[in-house]
Design a protein around this ligand. Structure first.
Ligand SMILES: Cc1ncc(COP(=O)(O)O)c(C=O)c1O
Length: 542
């Protein structure tokens, strides 16, 4: 809640403007200048999704360099767990920056470092004492956990899963197996890493069959890998995302994680839960593995841990971490004071503002609406799945998913692809009054909010809707990968609802307690019949 003078400075959103509100072609003139400069100096390896140039943000609202307002369902790619620039997080950062910017916790005793470790350990999904190591990123935390697993067990090998994403540094990228492009050209990778099939709980876009046969994994591990390639007595750890993120928002059946735990126990293997994307309340529990009631030995976190400042962590059973000695592992910046201040404020906000319950409640609402859409458009959407606010919508083809992503952007809603043909909904579990709410209040009074309330069919954002007429020329400047996917046009009505910016507006406008599931579900469901749609959108259905 706004509780300090700094908070007032965050209320820059004009309350009379609706959200989203896209007023220029995308990218706009200033964004084009950013694009041109960027193209000259940045690494071409950066995988930009679309030409968004954020200038400032608040809650779920982003303003770009040209003054366009977007609803951010990317949450900074699962980072802004408390929404953008949560006033309490910003105030904590400002206070800490004025007091002490840096001192290395590796070489000295930094009070806020131990405070952060203590607060995080309190959330650990394992019983007994826990110790924590703080890092600068998810990949660095994965590397640390990998080193700890080998060191603490004295075993050389580790396992991970097909579809997994664990980061891009050498150890982490070796564990990653979501796309070959992450390995291509970088070999040889880290030795001693093996992969097995994940419990791929999704509907196959081609056959329509739901596959979630947990047997496949265990059959492969026990009867192939452990029989022909590597002895389980030489496996230090199994790295698993309790919900696969970049791999496509795949949710394994809970019993699969239980069996994985049992397998680890049978062979003395550590179970390492990579919660970099699924953790910090996004699924309605602090850690996604809690949904399965499974106890890991090590948990890895980053992304949402400090609401946007670089902070990662791995926490382990104390008896494991106590096996390595001084100098075995360290980091100059890991757990620096300002990220720690942001991390402490983030944990505090998650607790005091009921964000776990909020994520669970909003996720249910969103899923209910998306499931209705799935039923309405089975030829386009092949699967909708999610836990809390970690929700994936799978389309028949990658081109359709990319087209929805692009059209959503042009309408002012930010979503991102994942897996082969899915879009992820990553709305921040956080909501709060103050800066974000003022903008969202405006959204509630605007066209989007009215439609949300009434189920009527005013355009989601007037100017953007005009540009979305199928035959309208598209912006000349698009980042690589975005320009070529016009062939499979997705119905505008589907984009409107998949984008479901209405829900985010409502969430900010009234808070979770006031949300009416029925109204939200209705707003996410096409309200126009083919007959009264003018033939524009429905005629394009496959
Ligand atoms: C599950 C998971 N682990 C690790 C990482 C790597 O995190 P970072 O990009 O901070 O290195 C990611 C990033 O997307 C992730 O999703």
């Amino acid at each position: 809640m706004p509780d300090s003078p700094e908070v007032a400075e965050l209320t820059w959103l004009d309350p009379s403007r609706p959200v989203p509100d896209v007023r220029t072609p995308l990218p706009g003139p200033r964004a084009r200048a950013v694009y041109e400069r960027d193209q000259r100096v940045t690494s071409p390896s950066l995988p930009r999704a679309y030409p968004l140039m954020p200038a400032r943000a608040s809650g779920a609202v982003i303003e770009d360099t040209d003054g366009n307002l977007f609803l951010d369902f990317n949450a900074g790619i699962a980072v802004n767990s408390t929404g953008h620039c949560h006033p309490r997080v910003v105030a904590a950062i400002q206070r800490q920056a004025a007091a002490l910017l840096h001192y290395s916790a590796s070489d000295f005793y930094l009070p806020i470092y131990s405070e952060m470790c203590e607060a995080l350990a309190e959330t650990a999904p394992m019983p007994g004492p826990v110790r924590v190591f703080l890092t600068n990123s998810g990949a660095e935390a994965v590397e640390g956990a990998l080193k700890l697993a080998r060191y603490a067990t004295g075993r050389p090998n580790v396992l991970a899963f097909f579809g997994a994403f664990h980061g891009r540094t050498y150890g982490a990228v070796t564990l990653t197996a979501s796309k070959t492009k992450y390995h291509q050209g970088f070999g040889p990778l880290l030795p001693g890493v093996f992969h097995a099939p994940y419990a791929c709980n999704r509907v196959d876009p081609v056959t329509g069959a739901r596959s979630h046969d947990p047997e496949e994994t265990f059959d492969y591990l026990e009867n192939v890998l452990f029989r022909y390639e590597v002895s389980p007595t030489e496996v230090a750890a199994i790295f698993v995302e309790p919900i696969q993120g970049e791999g496509g928002y795949i949710i394994p059946p809970p019993e699969w994680l239980t069996r994985l735990r049992q397998l680890c126990d049978r062979h003395g293997i550590l179970l390492v839960a990579d919660e970099v994307q699924s953790g910090m309340g996004r699924t309605g529990r602090m850690w996604a593995i809690e949904h399965a009631g499974v106890t890991p030995d090590v948990v890895i976190s980053a992304k949402g841990l400090a609401s946007g400042l670089p902070l990662g962590a791995f926490m382990a059973r104390a008896d494991l971490m106590e096996r390595w000695t001084a100098g075995a592992h360290g980091s100059t910046y890991g757990g620096s004071p300002v990220p720690c201040a942001a991390g402490l404020a983030t944990l505090e906000v998650i607790k005091s503002e009921g964000l776990l319950a909020n994520a669970a409640e909003q996720g249910e609402t969103l899923l209910a609406g998306l499931r209705e859409m799935h039923a309405t458009y089975p030829g386009l959407i092949t699967d909708v799945r999610g836990t809390g606010l970690m929700i994936g919508i799978e389309f028949r083809t990658a081109e359709q998913a990319e087209e929805v992503q692009r059209q959503a952007f042009e309408r002012g809603l930010l979503v991102l692809e994942c897996g082969e043909s899915s879009i992820r909904g990553l709305a921040a579990p956080g909501h709060y009054e103050g800066a974000g709410q003022r903008g969202a209040s405006a959204a509630g009074r605007g066209a989007a909010g009215r439609r949300w309330l009434t189920g009527g069919d005013e355009p989601i954002a007037g100017p953007a809707d005009d540009r979305d007429e199928p035959d309208q020329p598209r912006p000349a400047v698009l980042l690589p990968g975005s320009a070529s996917r016009r062939a499979s046009r997705v119905p505008a009505s589907v984009v409107d609802r998949v984008a479901c910016g209405d829900l985010a507006s409502a969430r900010h406008e009234w808070g979770p307690a006031a949300l009416d599931t029925q109204i939200v579900a209705r707003s996410l469901t096409p309200s126009r019949s083919p007959a009264d749609s003018g033939g524009r959108v429905f005629s394009e259905l496959p």
